[in-house]
Design a protein around this ligand. Sequence first.
Ligand code: PAF
Length: 282
Amino acid sequence: MLILKTISDARAWRDSVGEEQKTIGFVPTMGALHPGHISLIRKANRENDLVACSIFVNPIQFNNREDLEKYPRTLDADIRHLEEVACDVLFAPTASEMYPGQDIINDKYNFGHLDKVLEGKFRPGHFNGVAVVVRKLFEIIQPHRAYFGMKDYQQLKIVEELVKYHKMPVEIIACPTLREKDGLAMSSRNVRLTHHERSIAPVIHRVLLEIKEKIGHLTPKGAQIWGANQLNKYAEIQVEYLQIVGADDLLPIETWDEKKSVVVLVAAYLGKVRLIDNMIIK
Ligand code: PAF
């Protein structure tokens, strides 16, 4: 696997691929790779001639310093995992390589209400930071397809919007969330849970499944309240939001009859660790 640390090396690699007319599948990550990431790499591998992965803990998408400092960094193990699944290229720049000046960091995106609700409400500036880095990574790697996990559902919608708005020639591929045997959504943050917290964590997925069963029995609002109450019964859990919204527009729904696909999204602190999950329920 080719490991590239600078933008100019990555551009040189991209130019050489361009001459060979090969397709590139791209998996942007912040490292601490788990089987969820690896499944994205495998899919990208099946669907493209070459696979590139990036590992960059993007400081401007963290609105909490402790979260940034505690974010797991496991580059050596990540490289081993990527080599095992035959990833062709790893782009792993430093923060000063990606952001040498302030200009790009000051870029402001407007995603309408998409980046103001849910995660956007509790993590101001987060999606702007994601948009800045994803756009820059897309410009450097120029992939034909880019793979995003549905666990970060709102991020997926934002990236789709970013690409549509800027007419970027990249196809966004949404990939299902990978779960542990007990249902917990795989996440790099899970390693920060204590043994006790880890044993409680699957309740988040269980409650999402149970909310699906409430369709037709409770109103969407009633189901939201019911779900949040189930989670808040645990002293260790603090729900930030649990919302049932349209799967495309992320707008609240009043009744189940609306002819649109529906997603329930949740963010909750389990001890000091913030976990998110979601499920398309209709
Ligand atoms: O989902 C992530 O890991 C990050 O938000 C991403 C897309 C790599 C941007 O930093």
